[in-house]
Design a protein around this ligand. Structure first.
Ligand SMILES: Cc1ncc(COP(=O)(O)O)c(CNc2conc2O)c1O
Length: 372
């Protein structure tokens, strides 16, 4: 494992992952499975570690976005079903069969092109048919399209239709209109099949938390596994309290007093209004602390202090209320001395959603795991 020298790190609380899943399972009907969505390196939290914790907490399937993510997980987690939620290239089908990776299919042509390869599969390839019930991303949109994909797959003896699923575009909103429409379309599509595939699933976090009608056989649990609410509406309607898993910490590496009128950072954009203490942190935009986060507060001894001046690639400066020692701990996201900086605060400042924040913390920031 590469030793960590720079004090900047993301601390992942695996007990929070467990808490969020154990409570979800209490919330769901007892026969509903949990699919842990660990794509994008588990939304930036570390896919292998989160996946192992999620399985210990009762998840039974892992879901990722790409073939590479599936293979990376398979190397570390030999037996659990891993599902790719997006499109996979035809050439990947034999590898998926060998590695027991479940593929998403939604094209008859794709199935026809895979079928000559199927006779050499080491074991049957499991596929879940994706229904596009209104998000217009990927999936079959008509019953006859569904029938064609289903029949084509059924004709190939080494392809097994193991499931069918859809994805909601607005389950995290108060307005139920599009959700109800998508649910009805999905239910009609399932009913049009000669038999129900083993695993029918539709819910993302929002639907799993607030839409009992969306539970089916399994739910695909992503954002709230990490302790984040997908939207304000869901935050206001949580069936149980979430525990945030990620904290972002660093330390002061330099502290100095500057005089009134002195400038700080590239472009000299920050001008001291009086004699001030300025601290420097070893974290910058190449770590995911985007330049437009200048002005965001960080915690030192539980006190909020602002980032001042332009954020550099690897460093940034903060205005301190007094002199601190080198090595003083700084919390950029998380709790410190009873105060807290939420990921939501960064999302608002960046005019984005909480999903994007942990994903943007770059690989240069080591993920350190703690097990409460
Ligand atoms: C097909 C599918 N299922 C489940 C999930 C999990 O959603 P949740 O994190 O809200 O529980 C996602 C997340 N997909 C994305 C999350 O952000 N952008 C996306 O495309 C998804 O694309």
């Amino acid at each position: 494992e590469n030793e960590i020298f720079r004090p900047t790190k993301a601390i992942i609380d695996l007990s929070a992952i467990r808490h969020n899943i154990v409570n979800l399972r209490k919330h769901l009907h007892s026969d509903v499975s949990v699919i842990a969505v660990v794509k994008a390196n588990a939304y930036g939290h570390g896919d292998v570690q989160v996946a192992k914790e999620a399985l210990k907490a009762g998840a039974t399937i892992l879901a990722v976005a790409t073939p590479e993510e599936a293979l990376h997980l398979r190397q570390e987690i030999p037996h659990t079903p891993i599902m790719i939620l997006g499109a996979s290239p035809i050439v990947f089908a034999p590898i998926a069969a060998k590695e027991a990776i479940i593929l998403t299919v939604f094209s008859e042509d794709w199935v026809r092109k895979v079928s000559p390869l199927a006779k050499d599969f080491e074991q049957p390839l499991k596929v879940h048919i994706k229904v596009d019930s209104g998000m217009n991303r990927i999936g079959v949109r008509q019953e006859k399209e569904l029938q064609a994909v289903y029949d084509a797959a059924k004709m190939v003896n080494n392809i097994e239709v193991d499931g069918i699923f859809t994805h909601f575009a607005t389950a995290d909103e108060e307005n139920q209109e599009q959700y109800e429409m998508q649910l009805a379309i999905f239910q009609k599509m399932i009913a049009s099949l000669p038999e129900k595939p083993r695993l029918v699933h539709a819910a993302n976090t929002a639907a799993a938390l607030v839409k009992e009608s969306a539970q089916f056989d399994a739910v695909r649990f992503g954002i709230s596994m990490y302790g984040l609410a997908p939207s304000t509406y869901i935050e206001e309607n949580l069936p149980y309290p979430l525990k945030e898993a990620l904290a972002l910490e660093s330390e002061l590496v330099h502290v100095k007093k500057i005089q009134k009128g002195d400038r700080v950072g590239y472009g000299g954009t920050y001008i001291a209004k009086e004699d001030e203490w300025i601290g420097t942190l070893p974290i910058g935009y190449a770590d995911g602390l985007l330049r437009c986060l200048s002005g965001q507060e960080v915690l030192i001894e539980g006190v909020r202090v602002p980032i001042v001046g332009r954020i550099c690639m690897d460093q940034c400066m903060v205005r301190l209320p007094k002199k601190y020692e080198i090595g003083e701990k700084v919390t950029l996201i998380g709790k410190q001395h009873g105060n807290e900086i939420h990921i939501q605060e960064w999302a608002e400042r960046l005019q984005t959603i909480v999903y994007e924040i942990p994903c943007m913390i770059s690989e240069r920031v080591p993920r350190v795991y703690k097990e409460q």
